[in-house]
Each structure stands twice: as C-alpha cells, then as structure tokens.
Write a protein that binds this ligand. Structure first.
Ligand SMILES: C[S@@+](CC[C@H](N)C(=O)[O-])C[C@H]1O[C@@H](n2cnc3c(N)ncnc32)[C@H](O)[C@@H]1O
Length: 185
C-alpha cells in the first residue's frame, strides 16, 4: 500500500489504526525474530494492517505452520489480501481480535506458538485482547507488541508478569517492542 494512502487512513481512523505509517522492514524483522519458527504450528498476528509485518512472518514460517491474522479496517484488509492472500498458510480474519479464541479453535488448535501484535493498545483502554492472547498462548512462547512509547508497559507486566523493551530506531516513529513470555498456564 502506498505511504500516502496509509497516512490518510491512519489520520481518518487514528483511534483504531494508531499510526500514520506502516511498520518498517527493519522493525518487522526485529519483531519476527522472537518467534520459534522451527517448532511453531500456529502463530497469531493482531492488527495486521496492510501486511507490513505479515509478509516477514510468512517469510520465516515453515510450509506446514499456520498464521491467523486479524484486522478490522476494511481498506487495510483489502490491501492485506492483495499482499498475502494467496499464501495457503495464512487465514485472514476480518473481525475483532478479542474473538481470537473461536478462530484459533476453528483452525484446529487449542493454543498457539506466539503472538505478534501492532494493535495500538496505548489508545485502546481495555486489556481484553491482551488477556485473550495470554490465555491462548502455549507456555514458553512469546508475545511481541509494537508501540511508539512505553506508556502501556505496566499492562503487559501485569498480564504476563514480565516484559522486555527492544528499542528500534529505524522506524517512523522509532519503535518500542514489548516482548513478553508466557511463563505458566
Ligand atoms: C498500528 S496499525 C499496524 C498495521 C500494520 N500491522 C503495520 O504494522 O504497519 C494497527 C492495526 O490494528 C488494527 N486493529 C485495531 N483494533 C483492532 C482489533 N480490535 N482487532 C483487529 N485489528 C485491530 C487497526 O485497524 C490497524 O490496522
């Protein structure tokens, strides 16, 4: 998707999109590195947008691993379908990520091997989606969240009991990746 189109959609729906530029290649690669692709059966992506991060997840995924990508924005999901819709490993879900449980189960999984999220929780006050992600993750797997500040850090600390910040300068604006591990079921 071109940068101007993303900028205009980000401005128009800032309360849900929460960004005016797609995530950079450098940041995407940094987010993806926390997944254990060798052993993953199913990975979940929250707030896939136009597929900026999605394509790097798919680049690393094995042929038999599944990706479930959630996105609610109609314009962005159309771009997402164009970018990665032909890949049989990905299921694109046009629905609220809070309902991830029903889609994970429908895909034949009880729990997943990691979650990558770009949903702007700094401007979304409820913890429901983060709690659902924690619930459906396997013990020992990682949750990686994109933010442009550390304002929501305490929320991840409360839910996961741990969070490490990975600062990425080469992004517009610079990114603070929040990386959490699911310690216990
Ligand atoms: C910051 S943008 C990230 C887009 C893309 N992943 C990227 O990194 O460039 C956040 C995305 O989360 C989506 N989003 C917000 N709330 C959501 C929800 N409850 N369920 C699914 N997607 C949501 C927005 O529509 C938006 O596309």
């Amino acid at each position: 998707m071109n940068a101007i189109k993303f900028f205009l959609e980000g401005m128009k729906r800032f309360k849900t999109v929460g960004a005016v530029a797609a995530t950079s290649k450098f940041t995407s690669k940094n987010m993806v590195k926390y997944m254990d692709f060798d052993n993953a059966k199913c990975i979940v992506e929250l707030g896939a947008g136009d597929g900026s991060i999605t394509k790097y997840i798919l680049q690393k995924m094995k042929p038999d691993t599944k990706l479930i990508s959630f996105e609610i924005n109609e314009l962005l999901i159309a771009e997402l379908r164009k970018t990665v819709g032909d890949d049989p490993r990905v299921t694109i879900v046009q629905d609220d990520a809070a309902k991830m449980g029903q889609y994970i189960q429908a895909a034949g999984f009880e729990q997943v091997d990691g979650v990558i999220s770009a949903i702007p929780f700094v401007i979304i006050p409820t913890d429901e989606i983060i709690e659902q992600a924690h619930k459906y993750m396997k013990k020992g797997t990682k949750y990686v969240q994109l933010h442009y500040s550390t304002a929501a850090k305490k929320r991840y600390q409360r839910i996961f009991g741990n969070v490490v910040i990975d600062f990425v300068m080469l992004n517009v604006p610079p990114a603070f990746l929040h990386v959490c591990e699911k310690k216990e079921d």
